[in-house]
Design a protein around this ligand. Structure first.
Ligand SMILES: C[S@@+](CC[C@H](N)C(=O)[O-])C[C@H]1O[C@@H](n2cnc3c(N)ncnc32)[C@H](O)[C@@H]1O
Length: 291
């Protein structure tokens, strides 16, 4: 009797244990499924090695660069940059990809040069990048675009495999045919430099001359109006590349040419102005401030 009660008790407790174990198993299965079912904005597709090399060439990676790759996959773009002496960060939402990227960094002996982290590319702080690499899609590029302009410093290079940024025209574009299992595919590489914000009204004094400049801007395309002592100059060419501003203008009768070179930092431009034709006058320093 005592034996049978004990057995019953044991049975009940083992039934409870089994129930607990199966509930636990169910929950861990559900958890694993949830964890592995990360909702990706872009599926995993690798950048071929030749394309990675071309991306590094176009970005002119140097040991001074800090390269961030959004949606890093197995880390190959950051690791290609590290081969050129750079340091970098790769971010991917898929933990399996980050495991692979870390294994690749270990195999290459460069774990001190790179960091691979699980994360959402839309929530990643990219402000320290000097180069940003992307292989995403058009829709994700367009969602990222305002974030790039908000966070990246002027002069930061952005290289994208296959996907452009619509009306933000690339500063450079190249295509390359790549053989993949006996099929040939054309890949496009797009390259931009984040332009400084030069839009607005600027003014400066040089000797007794008062200069005024109004600039309108659409990404890296600018139009400038320039006046000296209220006299309008004819602007022949105006460009902004990263932080570098270049303007060539002539006076109304075409007798005097002005070549302005300047570095833009926030509300200041500093540089030199040469005037006269055929290298006539010695360059003079200028410092403009935004009104
Ligand atoms: C086309 S693959 C590019 C992989 C790698 N950069 C390359 O060029 O070989 C896109 C990668 O983005 C990752 N991904 C998709 N959505 C993401 C998100 N919201 N945040 C971070 N990574 C994401 C995917 O897991 C995938 O590894």
């Amino acid at each position: 009797m005592r034996y049978s009660i004990k057995r019953n008790l044991l049975n009940r407790s083992s039934r409870q244990t089994r129930l607990w174990l199966s509930t636990l198993a169910m929950f861990s299965l559900l958890w694993c499924q949830l964890a592995s079912a990360v909702e990706l904005d872009v599926p995993y597709v690798e950048t071929p090695d030749d394309i990675a090399t071309l991306m590094m060439d176009m970005a002119q990676i140097t040991p001074e660069d800090y390269v961030i790759d959004l949606g890093t996959g197995d880390g190959r773009l950051v690791l290609a940059a590290v081969k050129r002496g750079a340091t970098g960060l790769g971010v991917d939402l898929d933990p399996q990809r980050i495991e692979e990227a870390n294994a690749n960094a270990r195999n290459a002996g460069v774990t001190d040069k790179v960091k691979f982290v699980i994360g959402d590319l839309f929530k990643t702080d990219i402000s320290q990048a000097t180069v940003l690499t992307l292989f995403l899609n058009s829709e994700v590029n367009m969602r990222l675009r305002p974030i790039l302009f908000e966070q990246l410093k002027p002069g930061t290079r952005v290289v994208s495999h296959n996907f452009d940024m619509e009306d933000w025209q690339p500063d450079q574009q190249q295509e390359l045919m790549v053989n993949d299992r006996n099929n040939y595919y054309i890949h496009d590489i797009f390259y931009w430099v984040i332009p400084a914000k030069v839009e607005g009204d600027w003014q400066w004094q040089m000797g007794k001359d008062q200069f005024q400049m109004s600039v309108s801007q659409q990404f890296q395309t600018i139009e400038a109006e320039l006046r000296i002592n209220q006299q309008t100059l004819i602007v022949k060419n105006a460009t902004v590349t990263g932080t570098e501003l270049k303007i060539t203008a002539v006076n109304a009768d075409g007798s005097q040419e002005y070549i302005l070179n300047g570095q833009v930092t926030d509300n200041n431009i500093t540089g030199t102005i040469s005037s006269g034709f055929a290298g006539g006058d010695k360059p003079t320093n200028w410092h403009a401030t935004r009104k």
